[in-house]
Design a protein around this ligand. Structure first.
Ligand SMILES: CCCCCCCC/C=C\CCCCCCCC(=O)SCCNC(=O)CCNC(=O)[C@H](O)C(C)(C)COP(=O)(O)OP(=O)(O)OC[C@H]1O[C@@H](n2cnc3c(N)ncnc32)[C@H](O)[C@@H]1OP(=O)(O)O
Length: 189
């Protein structure tokens, strides 16, 4: 049975590796050697593999006051979400880096949207409303800087028969940079 600490170490090393791959300036010989070594690490890991990336399922998430989103996924930022009544929030204390850059020096808008969408849908899930995003309105009010503390916020605004309205925002260093309204529709499974 794998243990969480060992997996956390691996994921931390993986995130550092992804950053290093993005930034490296070493010569072709070193790039080739690195690629070969990574292939052997890949083989080590693939000895036993899950079909899906382990994560908390929607069903498990119902009523959970804290939720660790994409903890084991090096491709996406890890968010520790917290829910309190109709409100949800998540912090990225160091912000995001150049791997998530859109315009020079700024966070890509699609990434802002992923962060907000993850929180608004999870807030609805916390309330037992199993849902998919049917509509999403986004306003990018101010540029979101890289390497700047980020807070994602969500508020459950309206619950109808099948439709749930949740507002969301991204706050960068105390300033709201992105505002969103999500229309979530309840689904059976
Ligand atoms: C991995 C790496 C990623 C990196 C990416 C970087 C860049 C990313 C950039 C940007 C990211 C943005 C990410 C946003 C999305 C993320 C969340 C998801 O992934 S969720 C999956 C996507 N969503 C779907 O697949 C739903 C597809 N749609 C459906 O399945 C159906 O349309 C469904 C279930 C939503 C509704 O269909 P029905 O036939 O069951 O029901 P009907 O009658 O149409 O709607 C029910 C009620 O909801 C209202 N409704 C439906 N859609 C609406 C809408 N768009 N706006 C307002 N109301 C709507 C209707 O008017 C109706 O309301 P009344 O009950 O009559 O009052």
């Amino acid at each position: 049975m794998e243990n969480d600490d060992a997996r956390a170490r691996l994921v931390e090393a993986g995130r550092a590796l992804v950053d290093a791959i993005g930034r490296t300036g070493v010569d072709d010989a070193a790039l080739t050697e690195a690629a070969d070594r990574l292939r052997s690490v890949e083989a080590l890991l693939r000895a036993i593999e899950h079909e899906r990336v382990p994560r908390i399922t929607y069903d498990d998430a119902v009523g959970m006051e804290a939720y660790s989103w994409q903890r084991w996924n090096v491709v996406l930022p890890h968010l520790e979400m917290r829910f309190d009544g109709i409100k949800g929030s998540a912090e990225l204390p160091e912000g995001l880096n150049e791997l998530y850059e859109g315009p020079t020096g700024l966070l890509h808008g699609g990434i802002s949207v992923v962060l907000i969408d993850a929180l608004v849908t999870s807030l609805a899930q916390f309330h037992g409303l199993r849902n998919v995003t049917a509509g999403l309105t986004i306003n990018f009010r101010k540029p979101t800087l890289l390497h700047t503390p980020l807070t994602v916020e969500a508020v459950l605004e309206e619950v109808h028969d099948r439709k749930v309205i949740v507002s969301g925002s991204l706050v960068s260093d105390g300033k709201t940079t992105v505002e969103a309204t999500a229309v979530l529709v309840r689904v059976e499974r």
